[in-house]
Design a protein around this ligand. Structure first.
Ligand SMILES: COc1cc(/C=C/C(=O)SCCNC(=O)CCNC(=O)[C@H](O)C(C)(C)COP(=O)(O)OP(=O)(O)OC[C@H]2O[C@@H](n3cnc4c(N)ncnc43)[C@H](O)[C@@H]2OP(=O)(O)O)ccc1O
Ligand SMILES: O=C(O)CCC(=O)C(=O)O
Ligand SMILES: [Fe+2]
Length: 357
């Protein structure tokens, strides 16, 4: 039974949404209108729909034969020119993808008292966090999104701490996507003059993984807020599963225009993150993306962030610099880079300034 609360008081609203485990999902279910001030984003943070180019999209790449030189070229070109692409025939079973979307819905359908156990303050581990907005302690205006973030340490740790209603499906999705991740990285590093993916480079290319379950509930005034504000990921690569709702927009390289990423059944969306932009000395691009709020449908998405290990020092790869390129980025400790990301609200591509020479 939904509580009857006046949300004119922002502190009470934050308590309901953030501390009591209701999330924006709980607020959405109260069907209150208009959208509370806390979620009303300044105009410059909303997506300007007049900047959306209607008939263009990011590349869609068929991965049936990833060793075909034509396919390898398409992947490297997409990483250079778009920073984003979709893959089909990627080898991750569709049943696994469907199960993980169902698992996400199951987690967010739990009663608030159950979900509340996964808030940082209530949880015995740092590695699992239920969050509303991006960083509620830092965001002045909230994003219309709840998410569960799980940093993978080991299966045993996941069995101990990840929510049992979704744990097996998340682990299966992570396991089944591993060959795709390796294939993509193997292809991408050829253009960086690394001969193969091996024990010398695997740790900093794919040494840690984080999986998020994103839930964007129906919003009373979607045009006034954002699902996720414009940002680039801090990962090496992100493997994103989205449902059939749509709403993800990607900035076109070096332009003020945006394109929609249309949901394609069975596809996965791949994007380059800041870590790979830095390691490739700017050849591969981590691109700004944005999710709009939706007035009619709930949406789920499930990104796997493939990262260096927190203890890795990242910078332009020696093989790239050996070609005579001037280094555009400094060497930084990856955990310092990620902490910097988590200390400020989403703001386009500004995280990467932290590593600029
Ligand atoms: C777009 O919306 C998003 C996006 C995202 C994520 C996007 C990505 O690209 S995620 C890839 C993240 N990379 C990793 O997780 C790499 C590996 N992990 C690490 O390096 C570490 O786990 C760490 C993140 C640096 C944390 O290290 P540690 O020092 O051991 O742990 P803490 O002391 O707990 O955290 C330090 C600092 O970071 C804040 N923080 C950590 N994790 C999260 C989180 N999941 N959500 C929010 N904040 C986090 C933590 O509060 C600490 O801050 P202080 O200021 O107190 O130091 C994700 C969500 C989106 O909406
Ligand atoms: O929900 C989406 O489609 C994208 C989410 C996203 O960009 C993220 O979690 O980093
Ligand atoms: Fe993202």
């Amino acid at each position: 039974m939904a509580p009857s609360i006046s949300f004119i008081d922002t502190d009470k609203l934050k308590t309901f949404v953030v501390d009591d485990g209701h999330g924006v999902k709980g607020l959405s279910e109260l069907k209150i209108k208009p959208l509370p001030e806390l979620f009303v984003q300044p105009i410059e943070k909303r997506l300007d729909m007049s900047k959306v180019v209607p008939h263009e999209s990011i590349p869609v790449i068929d991965m049936s034969d990833p060793e075909d030189p034509e396919v390898m070229k398409l992947i490297c070109d997409a990483a250079e020119n778009w920073g984003f692409f979709q893959v089909v025939n990627h080898g991750v079973p569709i049943r696994v993808l469907d199960d993980v979307k169902d698992a996400a819905k199951r987690f967010f359908s739990l009663p608030a008292d159950e979900k509340k156990k996964y808030l940082f303050k209530n949880n015995p581990t740092k590695n699992v966090r239920l969050v509303t907005s991006f960083i509620p302690e830092v965001d002045k205006v909230y994003e219309w999104k709840d998410y569960l973030s799980c940093f993978y340490v080991s299966d045993d740790e996941a069995f101990a701490f990840w929510p049992s209603v979704c744990r097996d499906q998340l682990l299966e999705y992570m396991k089944e996507s591993e060959p795709l991740i390796k294939t993509l990285l193997k292809v991408l590093i050829t253009r960086l003059d690394l001969s193969k993916l091996d024990e010398t480079n695997e740790p900093f290319l794919m040494g840690s993984k984080r999986i998020n379950l994103n839930y964007y509930p129906i919003c009373p005034n979607p045009e006034l807020t954002v699902g996720v504000g414009s940002h680039s990921d801090v990962s090496t690569l992100t493997i994103l599963l989205q449902d059939e709702t749509g709403g993800l927009y990607v900035r076109k390289l070096d332009s003020d225009n945006w394109v929609h990423v249309p949901p394609i059944k069975g596809s996965l969306t791949i994007n380059i993150g800041d870590a790979l932009q830095i390691m490739s000395n700017g050849r591969y691009k981590s691109i700004e993306h944005h999710v709009v709020a939706n007035g009619l449908e709930n949406r789920v998405s499930v990104p796997i962030f493939v990262n260096p290990r927190p203890s890795d020092v990242i910078g332009p790869l020696p093989q790239v610099i050996a070609r005579g390129e001037k280094a555009l980025y400094k060497h930084v400790l990856y955990s310092d880079y990620v902490k910097h990301f988590y200390r400020k609200p989403h703001n386009g591509k500004d995280t990467i300034d932290f590593a600029k020479v």
